[in-house]
Structure formats: structure tokens, C-alpha cells
Design a protein around this ligand. Sequence first.
Ligand SMILES: Nc1ncnc2c1ncn2[C@@H]1O[C@H](COP(=O)(O)OP(=O)(O)OP(=O)(O)O)[C@@H](O)[C@H]1O
Ligand SMILES: [Mg+2]
Length: 354
Amino acid sequence: MLDRADTPRRKLVEVRGLKMYFPVTAGVLRRKVGDVKALDDISFDIYEGETLGLVGESGCGKSTCGRVILRLYDPTAGSIRIDGVDIGAADAQTLRPLRPAMQMVFQDPQASLNPRMTVAGIIGEPLDEHTQMSKAEKLDRIYELMDAVGLNRNFANRYPHEFSGGQRQRIGIARALALNPKFIVCDEPIAALDVSIQAQVVNLLEDLQDRLGLTYLFISHDLSMVRHIADRVAVMYLGRIAELAPRDALYDRPMHPYTQALLSAVPEPDPEIETARKRIILTGDVPSPANPPKGCNFCTRCPRVMDICQSVKPALREIEPGRFVACHLYETTAAAGSTGAPEDHERNQQGATQ
Ligand SMILES: Nc1ncnc2c1ncn2[C@@H]1O[C@H](COP(=O)(O)OP(=O)(O)OP(=O)(O)O)[C@@H](O)[C@H]1O
Ligand SMILES: [Mg+2]
């Protein structure tokens, strides 16, 4: 986690107007009948050395967001700049030399590690693919990585099934670090682990971030863990960003009705606060991303819904320095000059990321 006192403000990741639509097909001819709008026009930045938390209910598009940014999917629209290089439309050949700088740690280390490869083979695989290291150099690097993630070097020739979940995740982290990445997408990296192990893995990720200057997109639906690890937090709902703010501002004073509802469900360790506070129970189901509402995506479940919400999608606007909310309740407090007109949308989205 970066030291807020001397916050570096260099943007490492810049996402603008990103859309990822998955085609929905039907019939034996697999005719396209629509799109699942997994990401529908999202823009944000991640600063070098920070952890941006990405939260939201299951299916809101968190994993898709992480995968598109790493160009594991081809985006439908929008741009992605990593360290100043636009990779949004880059082809496989252009992407290849850029891949080492951006890596992913997956949710389920069991499923993401090849069961037929040894630890050394798994950690060394990216080195084979992207470097010309000799065998000896490679083994040195593998040992160095095993040390970095707290794995005993004697385990190098063992197979994934011989390890506990936490140790397997350490292998996955070592593999992600092999090529000295700058940016790592951690997609629910602790969700499959025992609670007792979760803190160890999170501490390891934080420690590595400090030592190696890493930048994280930390995807999770564990809001307490995100509060612990993130510098800023983006809240997603049905393929769009509802709110993006510095961590303490978001948790202490959530502004979007969806963020308010989401946070009201987080257990509070202080019993006095726990009894005093109001839990907001949302009614209704999340609409299908293949058929989102015409207006605000949250309008079908929002306790504070207004007429305008049914017909106009609110843009993500900066309503306080560094704090962005996509909600008609705050239109009048939005940045001066915002009229809500379509031509303002792009400007606001740009502003949302300054
Ligand atoms: N490869 C794919 N093909 C078609 N639809 C997909 C694909 N991947 C994701 N989707 C759809 O996109 C939407 C967003 O999915 P995504 O996996 O990004 O959500 P998520 O927020 O990561 O959810 P979870 O918390 O359950 O991991 C869902 O409706 C999902 O069904
Ligand atoms: Mg996911």
C-alpha cells in the first residue's frame, strides 16, 4: 500500500470508455440475438504503487474488467493504457513483449496451477517463454522467487496437490512475479482460502508491493479485506462504476445508494455501532446484463429512485476532489460546467480519472 504522505500520482493504468460485450446466441445456427454488457463504458485510473479495490455483487463484471485490462479479452470499445502504451487495440504480436509487465493472480490456485508440473516448472514457465536464461540462471531465479513468497526451496520438485491452499496461492504469486511485473490483477486471490490463511496471503501481497513497488487491481467481494488493503475503491454495479473514492471516504461516508446498501451489510466489530446502524435491504434481483435498464442500471432496486433515473444513465462525475459518483442525486453538486448533456459525458469521464 502506498504511503499517502508522499502519494505518487503517476498513472500506470488508464482506462477510458471501456466496453466488453459478450454475444448472446440462439438456435442451431447460433444466431446473435443480443449482448451481455459485462462492462458498459467504464473509465478509471490506477496510480503507480497503489492498490485499487474493485468490489460489487457477483456477476457485476469485476473479473471481466481485470481480464480485459490485461487483454485476455479483446474489448468491444474503449482504450487501455498501461505505462503510457495503448494496448486496447494492440494485436498479439505487439502485446507479447508487453505481457511480462502485467500479470494476474487467480482466485483458485488449485485450478490455475497445472497439476502435472512441479513447482519449479510452474514458476519457471514464464521464464522459458519470455527470457533466454540458462538452466542455472533459471533455477537461481526460481529459488529467489520461492524465497520471496515464503516457500521452502526443498519444495521445488513437488507437485501442486502436495500443498495446502495457502501454499498453492504462494506458488501462483511466485509465477506472477517471475518476469518482474509492474501491475498485477489479483482476482479474488483469497476467496478460496481458509480464513486463517487469508490474512497471511494478504500480508504477503502487501509486503511484496512495498518491496517491489507493485501496483494492484484487487478484486474482491470481501469488503472488510478491501478496506484493509486498498488505497482507493471502485464499486461496480451491472457493468458500470457506481462510485470511486479514496478508501476511508468511501467506507466512512458512502454516497451512492448502492454503496450505502453494500456497506450496510458489512459486519461492524464495534457492538455499539453495530446495533445503532441501519441495514439497507435491497429488494428485487439484479437485472440481466443482457437487458439492463434504460436509465440508471440501479434504478430497479434503488431506495431513492427518482423519475429521471428511469430514463437517463447518470455519468460518473467528480463531486468532491478525488470522489466520483454516478447518481442523479448528486447532479447539482457535480463539477461546475456539467450539464449532463452527452457531450459533457466524455469530459466528465475524463475528469473522473484525473
Ligand atoms: N466469457 C464469457 N462469455 C459470456 N459471458 C460472460 C463471459 N464472462 C463473463 N460473462 C458474463 O459477464 C457478466 C460479468 O461476469 P464477471 O465474471 O466479470 O462477474 P464478476 O463480478 O467477476 O462475478 P463474480 O463475483 O461471481 O466472480 C456476467 O453476466 C457473466 O455471465
Ligand atoms: Mg469474478
